[in-house]
Design a protein around this ligand. Structure first.
Ligand code: SF4
Length: 387
């Protein structure tokens, strides 16, 4: 078991000196969103690294490790059915009675100021539409009510993350345990800065099913320039420690993934991807994800309108901000599309309510550009095709 940062450093960091490429992520390039269907990615390095192609979307794609690192055989049968439902809802335009998945933000606080993050962009430009009441943690009582009213209604998974860094919520392990006891798959996206071995153990024992690490360069200098406030070696050691504790606990069904945003203008994207894959293959992280950036400030509405675009997330997932307001997607940082308030409305009422009905209808009838937030969103334009 690897628990020492120094020991991990010796093994992991060798050969990953900065390459001095010119294409740093410009401020305001945000991660691509895995929301729609289309092209993207490359087969580079698949054979050499023993990886297979995983999810592929217009703005994001994944590579997956087969064999002993594959977590899927260790999940009960219901998981495959849930994933089939996920795809089906996105393609069919049928929303069912309840969301399959909730993205719940434990906090809108963060311990970093990453250059490609819209949160950083909005904070630095004084446009905190997403935090009108300041930076704060989700009320635990509200979280309990959301989970209690969702269990047994068709909800299959929660991701405890949206705008902030979930590890900063002091009761995150309890939140994971509550959702896991309700029979849900429980995921987090994290920058892993605060992922101590103690917290890793707590989260894994609480029932965390999926851990997605955001780590934006295989090179120390570039990483620390992009993820402002993070220490490359320390964060990698945290991830290594999480992986070791997962193995020690025999949790083969826990999915792990490391992902980075491929900024525009990189001098050697294939070399960077190859180094990134090697870095996380050494740590036995099961999946690697590469996102294409959405550029803050670019006017996507000027691009040609794709015919027949229907946003798949409208039919399968809902996002709950740390203050309880609910939105339909991760693309609406300015909160123009709010569909309800979990403080005062049951999740089922919001999902089947008028705001959602109008939004779905606009998309299904080919009028997504009539919705200002969707007209300005990168997802339809990066997808280039109907979903
Ligand atoms: S803004 Fe509209 S098109 Fe973009 S992700 Fe949200 S619902 Fe989909």
């Amino acid at each position: 078991m690897i628990t020492s940062a120094q020991a991990v450093g010796v093994n992991v960091f060798a050969g990953f000196a900065d390459k001095g490429y010119t294409g740093r992520a410009p401020r305001g390039q945000t991660p691509g969103r895995a929301a729609a269907v289309g092209e993207g990615g490359t087969d580079m390095g698949l054979k050499a690294n023993g990886l297979t192609e995983g999810y592929r979307g217009p703005t994001y794609y994944e590579l997956a490790a087969p064999g002993e690192l594959d977590w899927r055989p260790h999940r009960p049968g219901g998981y495959a059915a849930y994933r089939r439902d996920w795809d089906l809802r996105g393609k069919s335009g049928l929303a069912g009675d309840f969301p399959l998945h909730l993205d719940i933000d434990p906090t809108n606080r963060c311990n970093l100021r990453c250059r490609m993050c819209p949160r950083t962009h909005y904070l630095e430009t004084g446009q905190n539409h997403w935090a009108p009441n300041g930076l704060a943690d989700l009320d635990f009582g509200l979280y309990e009510r959301i989970i209690a009213s969702s269990a047994g209604r068709g909800l299959k998974s929660v991701k405890l993350n949206f705008l902030g860094e979930p590890l900063l919520h002091p009761r995150l392990p309890e939140m994971v345990a509550l959702a896991a006891r309700a029979g849900l798959w429980v995921m987090i996206n994290t920058n892993a800065v605060a992922l101590t071995p103690e917290l890793s153990r707590e989260l894994l024992l609480a029932g965390l099913s999926d851990a997605f690490f955001s780590f934006d360069s295989p090179y120390p200098g570039e990483y620390e320039a992009i993820r402002v406030g993070a220490n490359y070696r320390k964060v990698l050691a945290n991830i290594a420690s999480f992986m070791a504790i997962k193995d020690e606990l025999g949790l083969k069904g826990v999915q792990t993934r490391a992902s980075m945003v491929l900024a525009e203008g990189l001098a050697d994207p294939e070399g960077i991807k190859s180094d990134y894959i090697r870095l996380f293959r050494d740590l036995k992280v099961a999946e690697i994800g590469f996102g294409l950036p959405t550029v803050m400030g670019r006017d996507y509405s000027l691009l040609p309108s794709p015919e027949g675009f229907v946003c798949p997330d409208l039919f399968r997932r809902m996002f709950i901000f740390n203050d309880g307001l609910c939105g339909p997607c991760c693309g609406d940082w300015e909160r123009r599309l709010m569909v309800g308030d979990a403080n005062s409305e049951p999740i089922a009422d919001i999902w089947n309510g008028e705001a959602y009905r109008r939004l779905r209808e606009a998309h299904l009838s080919g009028r997504h550009r009539d919705v200002p937030a969707c007209r300005d969103c990168s997802v339809p334009y990066l997808s280039g095709v109907g979903a």
